[in-house]
Ligand binder design. Structure first.
Ligand code: NI
Length: 169
């Protein structure tokens, strides 16, 4: 199973909205396996398909630490159907937004619906870190990055940093 290239800001692919998956076929299963390898190698706690260049409504996550047994979670065609409260997610980061972390305002509790990799319906009520991860990954599926949710000044500083970095390379 190959490790895939994670696309990084400012690549425009990250802005593409994901399409619903109609048929969870072998190609999707292979993609899930490759995404899992990629996420664990990074390492990261979540990854959306668009981050590896595939505009399909699919995300994976695993909140367990390295010491614990892996527990890969797969969410296909997810949507947030209800949300409540606010929560400041501290030092949020993203594999597609290198060299940067920021506090992000998120909903405190969310209700998410989707299907698993076998096509079984899923309904997840989440709060705390899980709610943050799900909101972050579901944002990716509509072409949003966490830097869209911070102050314009902070975002501008990050943009400049990346411009300089790209010039150096
Ligand atoms: Ni991300």
């Amino acid at each position: 199973m190959p490790i895939l290239k994670v696309i990084t800001y400012p690549d425009k692919i990250l802005r593409k909205p994901a399409k619903l998956i109609q048929d969870i076929d072998g190609g999707i299963q292979d993609l899930i396996n490759d995404m899992a390898e990629t996420m664990y190698a990074a390492p990261g706690v979540g990854l959306a398909a668009i981050q590896v260049g595939i505009d399909k409504s699919l995300l994976i996550y695993d909140l367990r630490s390295k010491e614990e047994k892996r527990s890969l979670q797969v969410l296909i065609n997810p949507s947030i159907i209800a949300s409540e409260g606010t929560f400041i997610s501290e030092d949020e980061g993203c594999l597609s937004v290198p060299d940067f972390r920021a506090n992000v305002k998120r909903a405190a509790t969310i209700l998410v619906e989707g299907v698993d990799r076998k096509g079984n319906p899923l309904r997840i009520e989440a709060d705390g870190f899980l709610a943050v991860v799900l909101q972050h990954e579901i944002d990716h599926l509509s072409g949003k990055l966490f830097i869209d949710r911070i102050s314009p000044l902070k975002r501008e500083l990050y943009k400049r940093h990346m411009k300089k970095k790209l010039k150096r390379n």
